[in-house]
Design a protein around this ligand. Structure first.
Ligand code: PLP
Length: 394
């Protein structure tokens, strides 16, 4: 019997190649831009962002959607979403002023960072934004002093297992502490408004939503028993994108979450909210770079590109593994991809299957629309990638 062998390099490369051509096949308007004279550049498909937002709206039809501006704060993205009536989740005065400058009313804005700088709370309050997440007594004190009578929602801690970019190590409290925080907020003249949690960014584990909703339901009952009426349940972000594997689909997450809400919170909160960032923009961007060098170091094949972890690919240092594609016919090899700077931390990925490139070749980094250029700094004098927003219409 002939045993079929699976070539892991070919599998990996084919996945990236297919993702690359699928991206282009739906986007004729992007083809002319994929060999730019100057790199690195992030090509962002505004039409795709629009489609993705509408998909989220469709599947989470009972929810208000607040786009998490931190994922990509390019004005083209914000304008596209604001024209569709999206809400926005902001963490800083800069993010808020960008959103407001587009004519977005403050009632469409929330701030879910549980620990906020005082000057931001002050600015937000003066602009008319009055919904803030909290997860400590100190934050309640701060918000009540700077923005009295604001509405506050408490952040619960939930497991972030199976999320490539966990967010539970820094924020969130258990149910009983959350209860005390909400009660304390009321005593301090704030309005207990709701509950939030975050399942972790790039979440591919339904169970995190299950635990989150169960804990929220328990807290909701306990708060009610103390005579406090909440209004909103905010499920945070977490919707995943493609990278190097097929991620959970929005429709499946929405179906599952709605089932959980029916089961655990049948007397539904008046207001259901989500605040996706990565899930809206991640797959709508492609980073175009160039190979600037190659080397063999021991057994390792290295290639170097003209961007790096300091210039837009910071998430490569954590749990995010990008898909890389370059056009070539030769034998596939495993490559370590080094960034442009002198720093030896600046390694973007290891064990990447690619044909042998030539210096000067274009290298495409897929699913690069979220948490890339927003992190970028011109370290070592290397520029942050230009962002080119592309629309299907002239
Ligand atoms: C409070 C809050 N909301 C929403 C998001 C967006 O999450 P994601 O990009 O996973 O959708 C984040 C991400 O850090 C966050 O901190």
């Amino acid at each position: 019997m002939v045993k079929e062998t699976i070539d892991p390099l070919a599998l990996q490369y084919e996945f990236a190649k297919r993702s690359f051509y699928e991206f282009l096949s739906e986007r004729d308007h992007i083809r002319p831009y994929i060999t730019p004279p100057k790199t690195p550049v992030l090509l962002l498909d505004l039409e795709g962002i629009k489609r993705r937002y509408l998909e989220v709206k469709y599947h989470f039809s009972q929810f208000k959607v607040y786009y998490a501006v931190k994922a990509n704060d390019h004005v083209g993205v914000l304008k596209t979403l604001s024209e569709l009536g999206a809400g926005f989740e902001v963490a800083s005065s800069e993010e808020l002023s960008k959103v407001l400058s587009l004519g977005v009313k403050p009632e469409r804005v929330i701030s879910s960072n549980p620990v906020k700088p005082p000057d931001f709370i002050d600015y937000a309050n003066k602009q008319g934004v009055n919904r803030f997440a909290v997860d400590s007594f100190a934050e309640v004190d701060k918000v009540s002093k700077i923005a009295p009578r604001s509405r506050v929602y408490v952040r619960l801690v939930v497991p972030n297992e199976g999320s490539d970019w966990p967010l539970s190590k820094k924020f969130g409290v258990d149910v009983d502490t959350a209860l005390d925080i909400l009660e304390y907020a009321q005593e301090r003249g704030l309005i207990p408004y709701g509950i939030t949690f975050h399942v972790g960014s790039q979440c591919n584990n339904f169970r995190n939503w299950l635990i989150g909703i169960k804990r929220a339901s328990e807290l909701w009952q306990k708060v009610k028993a103390r005579g406090i009426r909440l209004q909103a349940l905010n499920l945070g972000g977490g919707i995943p994108v493609k990278y190097t594997y097929e991620a959970l689909r929005i429709e499946d997450i929405a179906y599952y979450v709605k089932g959980l809400l029916q089961k655990f919170m049948p007397a539904a909160p008046h207001e259901l909210q989500i605040e996706p960032g990565r899930g809206i923009v991640g797959d709508q961007g492609i980073m175009v770079c160039r190979v600037i060098g190659k080397a063999k170091r021991g057994d390792e094949n290295w290639l170097y590109i003209d961007t790096g972890v300091f210039n837009g690919l910071a998430e490569a240092l954590g749990g995010i593994r990008y898909a890389f594609y370059l056009d070539g016919e030769g034998e596939l090899k495993e490559w370590t991809i080094g960034g442009v700077s002198c720093d030896s931390m600046d390694v973007i990925a290891r064990r990447v299957a690619l044909p042998e490139p030539e210096v000067g070749d274009y290298l495409y980094i897929l699913s690069a629309g979220a948490y890339t250029t927003v992190y970028a700094a011109p370290f070592n004098g290397f520029p942050v990638p230009d962002v080119v927003c592309l629309e299907a219409w002239p």
